[in-house]
Design a protein around this ligand. Structure first.
Ligand code: NDP
Length: 285
């Protein structure tokens, strides 16, 4: 029978453990707050009495924790020998450096880490289209491909254990700033009596950046920053209008002010006539 250990039963870990049970796996779980395993145990999962018992129960140990501090708080409860020969699919989000250090920590104990960055919320685990960034040794991923694919599709980025964390974080960089830009615009809309439902179709169109990304990426790669379509100077003028509109609406202007500051810094460096892609150089320290 296929079997797996899941450590960490927050919303994500619970979704994963339930999905394994749905797929007929023999599931061992462990969680700091043991009561969160009740529903899983009722469905046939085994609650390990200790971290050591959870780790040694299966070759594949899935971790789904808040951060890597939680990873160590848990794994350090087991003796080093417990990890020998295990593969730890660490689906805990944190920084690339911490992912690399955890891979080394596990390697010292004879285990292999596969780092994962899950790209979907818990209800989509096990559903069509769900995907996870993975990085780590190809052979470990291939050995456990079937078990990992019970949860989501695999996007294997490479061997470096930090790579999955890096892709996850740059995705979050876009996600959070993009999402907050929508909420900011909605605050301005509401201050002017425009409801979220009224603004929705326009917001959806504006948030579709695909055209720009596909236009910019090859030019960035080629080092071509000519301002043929848009220029930094245009960005400065536009963001000044945005900031005035925001402040006149009584809405916090710190977000557009930060963008305006970036545009102005690029212009001050002599890039006023260049494409906005010059911001990449201004941003890199
Ligand atoms: P949670 O923050 O809810 O995970 C909580 C888990 O971590 C629980 O098992 C909790 O134990 C445990 N934990 C936290 N701190 C400690 C500690 N000091 N010692 C022991 N255990 C600890 O996160 P989610 O379940 O939502 O997500 C898990 C991971 O998946 C996160 O890294 C998250 O970024 C990532 N992710 C989540 C998504 C989501 O939409 N939820 C989407 C994509 C990725 P206890 O129950 O005892 O508190």
């Amino acid at each position: 029978m296929n079997s797996v250990t899941v450590i960490g039963l927050g919303p994500m870990g619970q979704a994963m453990a339930h999905t394994y049970l749905d797929s007929g796996y023999d599931v061992t779980v462990w969680n700091r707050t043991a009561a969160k395993a009740d529903d899983l145990v009722a469905r046939g999962a085994r609650l390990a009495p200790s971290v050591e018992a959870a780790v040694t129960a299966n070759d594949l140990v899935v971790l789904s924790l808040t951060d890597y501090d939680a990873v160590y708080a848990i794994l350090e409860q087991a003796p080093a020998a417990a990890f020998a020969g295990r593969t730890v699919a660490n689906l805990t989000s944190d920084t690339p450096d911490k992912a690399r250090k955890a891979a080394a920590w596990l390697a010292e104990r004879g285990a292999v880490q596969i780092t994962g960055g899950v790209q979907v919320p818990p209800p989509l685990i096990g559903k069509e289209g769900a995907e996870t960034y993975y990085s780590g040794p190809e052979d470990a991923i291939e050995t456990h491909r079937a078990a990992l694919e019970v949860l989501t599709r695999i996007d294997h980025l490479g061997e470096d254990p930090g790579l999955a964390a890096l892709f996850y974080q740059i995705g979050m960089d876009m996600f959070w700033t993009g999402l907050v830009s929508y909420l900011h615009a909605q605050a301005v809309a509401e201050a002017n009596g425009i409801s979220a439902e009224r603004f929705l179709p326009n917001a959806v169109k504006t948030m579709d950046f695909r055209y720009f990304l596909e236009y910019y990426a090859p030019r960035i790669a080629a080092g071509n920053h000519e301002g043929e379509v848009e220029r930094v100077a245009m960005g400065v003028a536009s963001m000044e209008h945005v900031l005035h509109t925001v402040e006149a609406s009584g809405v916090d202007g710190s977000l557009p002010a930060t963008v305006l500051d970036l545009f102005r810094r690029a212009a001050a460096k002599g890039h006023g006539e260049d494409s906005l892609t010059r911001l990449i150089e201004v941003l890199k320290r």
